[in-house]
Design a protein around this ligand. Structure first.
Ligand SMILES: [Zn+2]
Ligand SMILES: [Zn+2]
Length: 337
């Protein structure tokens, strides 16, 4: 079978591999879709921390089960997606119901080879039933589950103002899930096209261009002087993370979903006077995936609006680099098998 290997930053190579042999407790999936996300783009650029090469990318995927590996309730031939975070099951995080931040986590397509190949083997515990969703929709469950987890971590309540900084796919998903939780969502980005997308497709309450004059004043005015009680960083940009605290209401929660490599810092008095709660949000758990699937089934989330580019598996090496360029207007590129 064909595998697409990122051999070094900036380089892809197709490799001929043997089809994986099914074993007990490991399900075999024939790939249908792989979504491309920031993690993949950063890995290709060489700017992703903790990444080693060669590596097969791809962690947002859907496919058809060719062998269930003994997974209960699953049938060969059904369309599935997976939770691409493989946890140890024994560490303190796993023992306390937080396998998403397992001390020995292996993220499929990051720490171990992922889905850019014709067939994969994954632990049966990572499988999620398709529940009638199509292959495109199922490949979008994972990135949306990241937002669902952040919103749940923050304990977003109906009616409260939630500011989401960064309108990339993770930020957009966070806005959707915050809206579903009943929040009044404010989108902040420096890309006017992305902000327009938030307005037209996501039903956000307000948008603020961070590069414009007095973004802080605008957020203050939108919230009637209160500021948002939840601020979520979905940029993974150091400057944005350092500045985010300025948008936070007194008594509020500041949630970091995005990740970058440096130490962040902000004024202790600014943090302290708000009695701020600072939290990171890593990956997602089954409950978050199920929540996203349910909202796709009811139509509260329309994942198709995210897909701006589609490409055949064979053409990924030629197309991949262009998705690093914001001028292509890419939100979500989807690889078809
Ligand atoms: Zn992703
Ligand atoms: Zn663990």
């Amino acid at each position: 079978m064909k595998s697409l290997v990122c051999t070094a930053p900036g380089h892809f190579e197709f490799r001929e591999d043997a089809f994986p042999e099914a074993t007990h407790d490991m399900a075999r999936i024939r790939l249908k879709r792989v979504g491309i996300c920031g993690t993949d783009l950063h890995a290709f650029e060489g700017s992703q921390p903790f990444f080693s090469y060669p590596r097969i990318l791809g962690h947002e995927l859907s496919g058809v089960l060719t062998d269930t590996g003994g997974a209960e309730g699953f049938e060969p031939g059904e369309t599935v997606t997976i939770m691409p975070y493989f946890s140890c099951g024994t560490c303190i995080a796993c023992r306390t119901g937080k396998p998403n931040c397992c001390a020995a986590i292996k993220v499929f397509g990051v720490h171990i080879d992922g889905g850019m190949r014709e067939e994969i083997l994954v632990p049966v515990g990572s499988l999620l039933q398709g529940q009638g969703l199509n292959a495109d929709e199922l490949a979008l469950v994972e990135p949306l589950a990241i937002g669902a987890h952040g919103v749940r971590r923050a304990g977003v309540q109906p009616g409260e103002y939630v500011l989401v900084i960064g309108a990339g796919p993770i930020g957009l998903g966070t806005m959707e899930l915050a809206r579903i939780a009943g929040a009044q969502v404010i989108a902040l980005d420096i890309n006017a096209d992305r902000l327009r997308f938030c307005k037209e497709h996501l039903g956000v309450h307000a948008v603020v261009n961070g590069s414009g004059a007095d973004a802080i004043g605008q957020v203050k005015a939108i919230t009637n002087g209160d500021f948002p009680t939840v601020v979520v960083d979905a940029t993974g940009n150091l400057k944005a993370i350092n500045n985010g605290i300025q948008y936070l209401a007194h008594g509020g929660r500041y949630v970091l979903i995005g990740l970058q490599k440096e130490a962040f810092s902000f004024s202790h008095p600014e943090f302290h006077k708000r009695e701020s709660t600072l939290m990171s949000s890593r990956n997602a758990v089954r409950e978050d995936f199920e929540h996203v699937i349910l909202n796709m089934k009811t139509g509260s989330i329309r994942p198709q609006t995210y897909i701006t580019h589609t490409v055949a598996f064979d053409e990924v090496p030629e197309q991949f680099e262009s998705w690093l360029n914001p001028a292509t207007g890419v939100i979500k590129a989807m690889v078809q098998f």
